[in-house]
Design a binder for this molecule. Structure first.
Ligand code: URA
Length: 230
């Protein structure tokens, strides 16, 4: 497909405007700037406009390394939102797949694909979320067993699904959970008589937070990463 058509189809920018933008040298194919609107884009090539990746696929998928202080909602008057860190066209169509608290850092998935979002967040899909947890008090000897049996959270009728814990040192551990109740990890450790002082998500399903992604940065997911959420 011609570059100008490709960009116009994937954005809400008119073909004439896209042509002007390309001629001004802000479009690139595989990171190489081109000023030719008629150049052909082949399947698998990466097209960008003013540094933002343009995806011709119907849906878009990103991982963001969420910093503390950023909220996982689309609009907020007092804090920066995760979506405001995603400099993409039609960003108002983006939604967060599995929120993190304001003080939690790490892997946040963002998409405009509602069905995919549901598969990430629905407890039925068994998409595990992995966290690095630091506690105020030492890790209890019976925590692994209690978490594996399903902890009963304050105010809930049903126990949590079994969670898998691996102790890292006296006060820290990794935790894998298969669901995402409100403040779940913090409430799980509160139920065990402890308190979470630091929480960082580093994996969702098989999608692992990219080490190269600085806090506040994001990148598009690869096709393989998108497809691994079943
Ligand atoms: N559990 C929490 O308590 N907070 C988060 O941000 C994510 C999981």
């Amino acid at each position: 497909m011609r570059l100008d058509k490709y960009i116009s189809n994937a954005t809400d920018i008119s073909r004439a405007e896209v042509k002007r933008m390309i001629k001004n040298g802000i479009a690139a194919i595989d990171d190489e700037v081109t000023t030719n609107p008629a150049i052909k884009v082949s399947p698998g090539q990466k097209v960008s406009l003013d540094g933002s990746i343009i995806s011709a696929s119907k849906h878009r998928y990103f991982m963001l390394n969420k910093p503390a202080g950023v909220v996982s909602v689309t609009k907020d008057n007092n804090h920066p939102t995760a979506i405001s860190l995603i400099y993409e066209h039609r960003s108002e169509e983006l939604q967060i797949a599995g929120r993190l608290d304001i003080d939690t850092t790490g892997l946040l998935l963002v998409t405009d694909d509602g069905k995919w979002n549901h598969r990430v967040t629905s407890p039925r899909s068994k998409c595990s979320k992995l966290y690095a947890v630091t506690l105020a008090e030492p890790v209890g000897a019976d925590y692994a067993e209690q978490l594996a049996n399903g902890v009963l959270l304050d105010g809930e009728k049903h126990r949590c699904m079994p969670a898998i814990m691996e102790q890292l040192d006296s006060h820290s551990l990794t935790l894998a959970i298969g669901e995402g109740k409100y403040h779940q990890v913090k409430r799980m450790f509160a139920a065990l008589g402890n308190h979470v002082v630091k929480l960082h998500r580093f994996q969702v399903g098989d999608i692992i937070l990219d080490d190269d992604l600085a806090e506040g940065d994001y990148r598009a997911l690869s096709d393989t990463e998108v497809a691994c959420i079943l």
